[in-house]
Design a protein around this ligand. Structure first.
Ligand SMILES: Cc1cc2nc3c(=O)[nH]c(=O)nc-3n(C[C@H](O)[C@H](O)[C@H](O)COP(=O)(O)OP(=O)(O)OC[C@H]3O[C@@H](n4cnc5c(N)ncnc54)[C@H](O)[C@@H]3O)c2cc1C
Length: 636
């Protein structure tokens, strides 16, 4: 409803624009008359000045030209004067109009609070702009849904190459993609982005609350609610400090783009401070002691990159300091990269030995202060103090505040470190089956077959003879593969499995033998690692299953068919360990090892995996630049 003030304001504007249009018409006539009188006087003055014929003729010719030009001017002025004045009147009225009534600046202003998008499409709200979300957006059919992406980070970060950015082997901007451009390209404009942090998920009323996350000072926009038909939670994780005192205050993490820049600055700070005149030797040694806590891929890569920076680039600038440098990696387990193949572990440990990177195995950091780490050794249970100049904390990841808050609000979410989903990536325990969690912030529930062994056996035993034939086993496995994805690997090898567990060789499986078979299947259940590969596959899987048409079940819930359970395929892992050497395990080709060739393969594969041509070009330039000129050693 328009109020009275608005009405009178509108009437005023209408009157104003009418007056302006009328006066513009009058002015058009006046200007025409003016130009007529001007042309007359100029013509007569030229006539009086004509003395001889030739001159006269010449002047007549010029006068004719002048008259033509003036007539042309009259016509042009007449043509443009009216529209000009009308245009001015209208734009003035629209400026006044805008000032009077606040118009929406952004198409989202009208969209966000609507329960349903006006185009009749279902709305999917996606939280996050990381690996999982990007894979989801890349695969979802944008013509079927209205997509709204919410994240405090307006870019995608190619994390597998982040360690290289800590020392300038490449620039951070070469491995990030502005999300608005990505969305424009892959979702063809059918996707909106809001730079904000989701602070609350209301799964009962199907909305999220978002808060402006800009670091700008000044008035903040109010938090708003955005309703959804489907919600995809892909908010990732945060570095896990394991509650260790002093970590947040005195260590650097390697998780986000800015972390890489901080590390780069800190390394140079340490070198510059160490080169200050009259520094005592102990202080130089402390400043140039670079420690990394955590012997997983992130820790190992950070140590490897640091080694390269010091020995390839800083050595020529600080030749007197480099002999005092030391890199130490503190690892609580007994080996580096302990989730990798034994061959890779051995290769990496040998390479670190050659590079003089010290690895402290079986050692746990119990406290960090400004200049020292307190480390407890597993062997002698004693605490040691290790002075350091810079410490990178890379001990794994934990849940974000939003993840914790959400899990606490759903009674069935027992795991407080990640959001538990079923095998179809639907969040467990929410009232509507329209909330999904993917990537680092999620974990797939592990339904154990053994918990239901008696029921499954009874159901499988079709002829009630208290034993299962091979046909009965095949049928029950087919039936339960969707609910228990761990059955998938044995589905194609059932005759062999049957023989293996038919201990008494009577051609049937009795309950005890069947139990052994299921126990063996359950033992293969593992929690998926928090990796980009898993997140990427989850995002793509979920999008594809939401692209298919929906049916409604007896409870009127929407079910997307024909989604089979999510099945992770491990394609392989790479890690850079310094000195132009990478290690890799690639199950598809049964490869596990390391070396210069693997380093080339590592770079080629990651180069190829960049989302844009721009980043491929930037990466190539960065690599060339560091080969030709060395890494930049400025402290910005
Ligand atoms: C240095 C490093 C190297 C790595 N190397 C590899 C590797 O070689 N191979 C590999 O497979 N994996 C690697 N990983 C792991 C990989 O990066 C993660 O597993 C992956 O990023 C997880 O993807 P995600 O989408 O779940 O989360 P992320 O990629 O972390 O994205 C989370 C997104 O959610 C947003 N967000 C956070 N809070 C909110 C909120 N409240 N509301 C809305 N949005 C929010 C964030 O801004 C971000 O955009 C590496 C990680 C690091 C740090």
């Amino acid at each position: 409803m328009m109020n009275i003030a608005q009405k009178s304001h509108k009437q005023f504007l209408t009157r104003l624009s009418t007056t302006l249009v009328q006066s513009s018409q009058k002015c058009g006539t006046t200007s025409y008359n003016c130009s007529q009188s001007y042309s007359y006087s100029s013509y007569s003055s030229s006539n009086n000045n004509n003395q001889n014929k030739e001159n006269n003729n010449n002047n007549q010719g010029e006068d004719h030209e002048q008259t033509k030009r003036k007539n042309k001017f009259k016509v042009e002025w007449k043509t443009i004067s009216r529209p000009l004045l009308v245009g001015a009147a209208l734009s003035m009225s629209s400026i006044l109009h805008l000032e009077g009534e606040e118009k929406p600046k952004n198409p989202l202003d009208e969209l966000v609070l609507l329960k349903k998008p006006s185009n009749g499409k279902q709305r999917i709200v996606i939280l996050g702009t990381g690996w999982a979300s990007l894979a989801f957006i890349n695969n979802i059919d944008p013509s079927k849904y209205e997509l709204i992406v919410i994240s405090p980070r307006n870019f995608f970060l190619f994390t597998p190459m982040l360690a290289s950015a800590t020392v300038g082997s490449l620039e951070v901007r070469s491995i990030i993609e502005p999300i608005r451009r990505v969305l424009k390209r892959i979702a063809k404009g059918n996707c909106s982005y809001i730079e904000a942090e989701c602070t609350e998920i209301n799964q009962n009323e199907n909305y999220v609350v978002i808060s402006d996350s800009s670091p700008l000072e000044g008035p903040r926009p109010k938090d708003i609610k955005i309703s959804y038909d489907k919600l995809v939670i892909a908010v990732g994780s945060v570095p896990h400090t394991m509650g260790t005192k002093g970590v947040k205050e005195h260590c650097l993490f390697l998780k986000e783009a800015n972390d890489a820049l901080r590390i780069r600055t800190k390394v140079m700070d340490c070198f510059e401070r160490a080169s200050f005149p009259n520094q005592p030797i102990n202080e130089i040694k402390r400043l140039l002691h670079f420690t990394v806590v955590g012997g997983g891929p992130t820790g190992v890569e950070s140590a490897g990159e640091l080694y390269d920076f010091i020995h390839d680039d800083l050595v020529s600038t600080f030749p007197e300091l480099v002999p005092h440098c030391q890199i130490t990696l503190v690892q609580s387990a007994d080996h580096l990269l302990n989730t990798y193949d034994a061959k890779i572990i051995e290769f990496t440990e040998k390479q670190f030995g050659r590079s003089n990177i010290q690895a402290l195995y079986g050692s746990r950091v119990v406290e960090v202060n400004e200049t020292t780490l307190k480390v407890m050794s597993k062997n002698d249970k004693k605490e040691y103090e290790i002075p350091f100049g810079m410490c990178i904390w890379a001990t794994g990841v934990g849940p974000r505040t939003l993840t914790r808050k959400f899990c606490a609000s759903v009674p069935d979410q027992k795991n407080q470190r990640a959001i538990t989903t079923d095998a179809f990536l639907r969040v467990v325990g929410v009232p509507n089956p329209n909330v999904y969690a993917i990537g680092d912030c999620s974990t797939i529930t592990q339904n154990k077959l053994l918990d239901k062994v008696a029921d499954i056996f009874k159901e499988a035993d079709v002829n009630n003879d208290n034993q299962l034939s091979i046909d009965e086993l095949v049928q029950v496995v087919q039936k339960y593969t969707k609910t228990y994805p761990q059955l998938q690997p044995i589905a194609s090898e059932l005759p062999r499995e049957f023989k293996k567990f038919d201990v008494n060789k009577d051609g049937f499986l009795q309950l005890e033998e069947f139990k052994q078979l299921l126990q063996n299947v359950d033992s293969k259940l593992t929690t998926l690692p928090a990796t980009a590969q898993v997140a990427n596959q989850m995002g793509a899987y979920l999008a594809k299953s939401l692209n298919v048409d929906v049916i409604k079940n007896e409870k009127n819930d929407e079910i997307h068919l024909p989604a089979s359970p999510f099945n992770y395929k491990h394609l392989g892992s790479f890690a850079y360990i310094g000195s132009h050497t990478s290690v890799a395990e690639i199950p598809g080709v049964n490869f596990s090892g390391g070396g210069l060739g693997v380093w080339y393969a590592y770079r080629s594969i990651y180069w190829e995996k960049q989302f844009s041509l721009k980043n491929k070009v930037l990466l190539s330039f960065d690599w060339m630049k560091s080969i030709i000129f060395g890494r930049d050693i400025s402290r910005i």
